[in-house]
Design a protein around this ligand. Structure first.
Ligand code: AP5
Ligand code: ZN
Length: 215
């Protein structure tokens, strides 16, 4: 299955992605995770990306398109994949169309998770992530059993640098300007399904599986 997850910052894309990739046995391709991993390793791409990410801005299209193009050529992506956080601009969406054309495949579904703006800041500032395995928690809505420790691997939890109220507010406005137009783009292509994201995590997942319509 070839899927794309759309939604504003902190809509729950990463949270739902982990359930989707387990169920459908497809690789999870998150541009945000790939960029953070480059920052952690101190690569040239990571150093460049950090300048943008810390301000809540998008990393330039050509850098992000190049890493996704590379990733989609790997063997484990030939039968399917879940793209999370890409594309984020119309330029990226067109570049993805070209890559998929070359691969001779099309997307099965584009899942758009909808959450009202007011909820997004609260979700982002309360988010905690595991340094080791990347698992996501929320101090109120999905708390770990022990404060600051991952339930899955025991790793230490941390708060992302861009999860401050100021940066999240900027990320939301960038989303509205640059990424929200993609809803229309994929609606026209006929693959869009919209999911009510302001429900319990498990219920959002049930709705996604129902919309995907395959076991
Ligand atoms: P990225 O990492 O993609 O961040 P994002 O899109 O802002 O999305 P988030 O990771 O903030 O949120 P999410 O939707 O995954 O929510 P989550 O499941 O964690 O990108 C970061 C930066 O990288 C960008 O700003 C940009 O600079 C750069 N970048 C990345 N891709 C790029 C691209 N293609 N082009 C250019 N630049 C790019 O959930 C959030 C919180 O809510 C968690 O605490 C979770 O536990 C909680 N939660 C989840 N679901 C629920 C629920 N149903 N109810 C209650 N709480 C919930
Ligand atoms: Zn962990």
């Amino acid at each position: 299955m070839r899927l794309l997850l759309l939604g504003p910052p902190s809509a729950g894309k990463g949270t739902q992605a982990s359930g989707i990739v387990n169920k459908y046995h497809i690789p999870h391709i998150s541009t945000g995770d790939m960029l953070r991993s480059n920052i952690k390793q101190g690569t040239a791409l990571g150093n460049k990306a950090k300048e943008y990410m810390d301000q809540g801005l998008l990393v330039p299209d050509e850098l992000v398109v190049a890493i996704v193009e590379d990733r989609l050529q790997q063997d484990d992506c030939q039968e399917g994949f879940l793209l999370d956080g890409f594309p984020r601009t119309v330029v990226q969406a067109k570049a993805l169309d070209d890559v998929l054309d070359k691969m001779g495949v099309t997307l099965d579904k584009v899942v758009s998770i909808e959450v009202p703006k007011g909820t997004l800041v609260e979700r982002a500032v309360g988010r905690r992530m595991c340094k080791e395995c990347g698992a996501t928690y929320h101090i109120l809505f999905n708390p770990p059993t022990k404060a600051d420790q991952c339930d899955k691997c025991g790793g230490q939890l941390y708060q992302r640098d861009d999860d401050t109220e100021k940066t999240v507010t900027k990320r939301i406005s960038v989303y509205l300007d640059e990424t929200e137009p993609l809803i229309e783009y994929y609606l026209k292509q006929g693959q869009l399904v919209t999911i009510e994201g302001q429900q319990e995590i498990g219920k959002v997942f049930i709705d996604i599986v129902e919309a995907l319509g395959r076991d």
